[in-house]
Design a protein around this ligand. Structure first.
Ligand code: PLP
Length: 402
């Protein structure tokens, strides 16, 4: 009896031992699998497989714009069970998605004869479009004039000047004021013979540039994507990509990732441009909108209106900051604020769709342009936005689909 009991106990202990060993092996295999899946596509640095056909030389810096890689974001893919892919627009020569737009605006102006070599291209912007326009203008032998608000980071003005642009810095005012950068740039073009106002918000060359981005995404995914997620500033990216993808497969879902303070979410969901700030009795004296840059808007542009957007998710600043820290830590991706907004949007879309779907988003620019704000711990502290950096932010944040 005693022997039987001892044998039963020993058997039980052995079974528990086996179970523990099996769990250990499974955990180790999973860890190895994760490392393997992240590294399997990597040839050893300095070697070449010889199988890949590299493209021939391009004629100028403009030939290096576009055809950006689509990067699998391993951490987000594993967390959601979806394939989450980011279009690496930060690899454009001017450092952002706006290279495509600047190129198309200048090409269309040149081919219509409105702009000639030696002519002037003007824009009112504090953002990446100015940098891209200054680069493309130099490449085609034109000059560039950029009007920008004087509260934008000084590095941007310095960068634009280094690229050869004439820069004027103006007191920040509303778009209805004649001294708003957009109005100053428009006037400068009207007053200068041979000058063209780039007008990225209303000029549909912007949307047309992104028809190409959409076709690249289709090719790179071999048409297997289920959703495309993007924020909107001018709306050119989401409009052009959505149109190109819908033409190829109307069932691909187009989701707007709208940053806090923007009214485009309500435009998509409820048909009206409206922010919670505008609710009666809620308007604050100084509504704090967002620390993200380049995305979010409170007016309807011709470019945004040209798109086909099926759904929208909201993205808070705290989610964007958390995502940027998470992607740097887990994937080595050092991204700007709008790219972080897009990745939060992609996770929310993945949660809504469920595992097994392929979702593409845009990595608009890199983190280096955001060192003084979005990637500055002291700046984030001012807004109580220090990332938690616990390693598993997906568990707590980003669960809510709106
Ligand atoms: C860095 C960055 N990301 C995203 C966007 C938004 O893209 P779009 O203007 O195509 O809506 C912009 C627009 O200025 C931008 O500068």
């Amino acid at each position: 009896m005693l022997i039987q009991q001892n044998m039963a106990e020993t058997g039980g202990q052995r079974a528990a031992g086996f179970a523990a060993a099996a769990a250990l092996v499974a955990a180790a295999s999973y860890a190895l699998y994760k490392v393997y899946t992240r590294q399997q596509l990597l040839p050893l640095a300095g070697t070449s497989s010889g199988r890949q056909q590299l493209p021939p030389p391009v004629e100028s810096v403009m030939g290096a714009i576009g055809n950006t890689p689509l990067i699998r974001i391993a951490s987000l893919s594993e967390e959601t069970g979806c394939e989450i892919l980011g279009k690496a627009e930060f690899l454009n020569p001017g450092g952002s998605v706006k290279d495509r737009v600047a190129l198309r605006i200048v090409q269309e102006a040149l081919s219509s004869g409105r702009l000639q070599p030696g002519g002037l291209i003007t824009e009112g912007t504090a953002g990446s479009t100015g940098v891209s326009l200054a680069m493309v203008a130099a490449a085609v032998g034109c000059r560039c004039f950029i009007a920008m608000p004087d509260d934008a980071a000084i590095e941007k003005a310095q960068l634009l000047q280094a690229l050869g642009a004439e820069v004027v810095r103006l007191r920040p005012v509303s778009i209805t004021h004649p001294e708003h950068p957009v109005n100053v740039a428009r006037r400068k073009a009207a007053d200068t013979p041979g000058a063209v106002f780039a007008d990225q918000f209303e000029n549909l060359a912007n949307y047309r540039a992104h028809l190409g981005t959409g076709r690249e995404i289709w090719q790179q995914t071999r048409g297997t994507l289920h959703a495309f997620v993007s924020g909107a500033g001018t709306g050119g990216t989401i409009a052009g990509v959505s149109q190109a993808l819908k033409d190829l497969n109307p069932s691909i879902s187009i989701v707007l990732a709208d940053s806090q303070g923007s009214s485009l979410f309500n435009k998509v969901k409820r048909g009206v441009l409206y922010t919670w700030h505008e609710a009666e009795g809620k308007r604050l004296k100084n509504p704090f909108d967002t620390i993200t840059e380049g995305v979010g808007l409170n007016r309807l542009t011709a470019n945004f209106a040209a798109g086909v957007v099926d759904d929208a998710v909201r993205v808070s600043d705290s989610e964007a900051v958390e995502m940027a820290a998470y992607l740097l830590r887990n994937d080595g991706l050092f991204l700007g604020s709008s790219a972080a907004v897009n990745c939060v949007g992609a996770v929310k879309a993945a949660r809504a769709l469920g595992p097994g779907h392929t979702i593409v988003t845009v990595l608009c620019d890199g983190g280096a342009r955001h060192l003084s704000k979005f990637h500055n711990p002291a700046y984030l502290r001012q807004y109580d936005l220090t990332p938690a950096a616990t390693g598993v932010p997906l568990a707590g944040c980003w669960g809510q689909v709106e």
